[in-house]
Structures are given as structure tokens and as C-alpha cells.
Design a protein around this ligand. Sequence first.
Ligand code: A2H
Length: 252
Amino acid sequence: EGINPQEYTGIKMKVQQWADAAKEKLSSDLAGANVYFVAATLRPETMYGQTCCFVSPKITYGIFKMAEGEYVFVSDRAARNMAFQNIFADWGKVEKVGELSGANVIGTVVEAPLSVHGQVRILPMETVKASKGTGVVTCVPSDSPDDYATITELAKKPEYFKIQKEWAELEIVPIIHTPKYGDLVAKTLVEQMKINSPKDAKLADAKEEAYKEGFYHGTMVIGEYKGRPVQEVKDLLKQKLIDSGDAFNYAE
Ligand code: A2H
């Protein structure tokens, strides 16, 4: 990790319906509480295009108290950091009320703030790192090559991943237009670079190119800032999500 802190936006994705495997393991009082999967993102302006939310099937996550009746689903590491960032009501206190493997929450339905799809499923992503962010990644396949490669793989082999195919086939709508790659930067790059696996080493280059092109040359094609440059509206959209209670700042 570098010297400079990484400033993420933590997107609060409220559980609507737990997967059966999760329900069996949760205490009954938690089943009725507000639990949020918190996805760490550097691209809050793309949240219109969320089509699912990824966890690693290999990571064990915790459910931690944020405030009265409010809980977050994140990695242990992220919870320890959050306790010292005014995200939890009790400063410095980490109160873990449950523990679940990522594998147990696949299929859970969560709200996706700003997304045209409203609600999305929790799906598996094998390349999620436990050492970064919250261990929860919201999927925006229009603008993230990693997300596009993963969702494509999931839709190809639903039985292998133990999911329903349609969970991985929500429509990918254009969020940002760029002169070089059109309206679906990630899809275009993945296809042009012939990336056909979420583990392809070329994804590192695709990711950097998508980020630069989207940030420096992108224009919004959806939402209240439609027609305006990404550079101008990124912070405005982040603030909008924070003001509506759908996000918070999270640094590490
Ligand atoms: B980004 P950095 Cl549209 N493991 O959000 C793997 N990837 C993770 C992660 C983890 N534990 N935690 C966060 N991330 C992803 C949106 C997005 C992102 C778009 C385009 C590019 C992009 C939607 N997914 O990231 O190493 C999250 O995906 C490309 C840089 O801290 C987060 O932002 O720089 C980004 O990686 C953080 O990566």
C-alpha cells in the first residue's frame, strides 16, 4: 500500500432479501434489521450502471453495528478502519454481530442506489482482494473492464458459479460517452484487447485506459448531469449520494 491514503466512496446497498444459505446462519433479530453491503468505489459517478454487487466466495465477512438497528456487511479489516472514521456511532468500537462467508450470500437481493435497475443480486468475483476497500465491489460493467469480464464469465457458466443465469444478465446501459471508445468503454476495451477471462493480465492496462479516458474525456449520458464532463460532476454525484444517506466517505 502507498503512502497516500485512498479515498473511497462507500456505497450502502441495503439488503432486501437474504439468500437462503445466509438466512440459515443469521440470528433472527438480524434478519429483520437494516443491513447494508458497503461497496468501496473510486467511481461514484458510474453508480447509475450497477448491475450486481460482488463479494469473494473465499472471504469471511462480518456484520457490524453502525448505529441503532443499522448494520454493515464488510471485511473485518474495513470494520476496524471504519470505527475510527465516524462511520460507526460509537467511536473506536467494533461490534461484530454476525459472520458469513461470501459463498453464503450469493443471490442475496440488495438495493443499488442511483442504479437504473433499483435492485441487484450479490454475485461471486474471485479476484476481489481481502486487503483492499471493504471486500465488496459494486459491478458497473459499462465502465469497469474487471466487472465486464467477470459478469461475462458468470453468464457463460452459471451452473459452475451456482447462480441463476439471469442474475448476471441485467441490461448494461450507457453511463459515460468517450470520443475514443464510445458509450460502453469497458465492453469496447475488453473486446478490442481480446480479454476473455477475469484473470487475464491485460485487464490491468484496460483498467488504466478506461479510467483515464472516462475521467479526462468522458461526458455523462444519463442522470441529472447529462451532457456534462465527468471531471465536473464526479464530486457532485458523490455528494448527492452522501446527502441522501446512500453513501459515506471511507479512507484507508
Ligand atoms: B471501482 P484501487 Cl466503474 N478487490 O468501482 C478488487 N477490486 C476492488 C476491491 C477489492 N477488494 N475494492 C474495490 N475494488 C474496485 C467502480 C469502478 C471501479 C469502475 C471503473 C473502475 C474501477 C465499479 N466497480 O476501479 O486499487 C472498485 O471498482 C478501477 C481502479 O483502490 C474500486 O473502484 O485503485 C477500485 O477497484 C479501487 O481500486
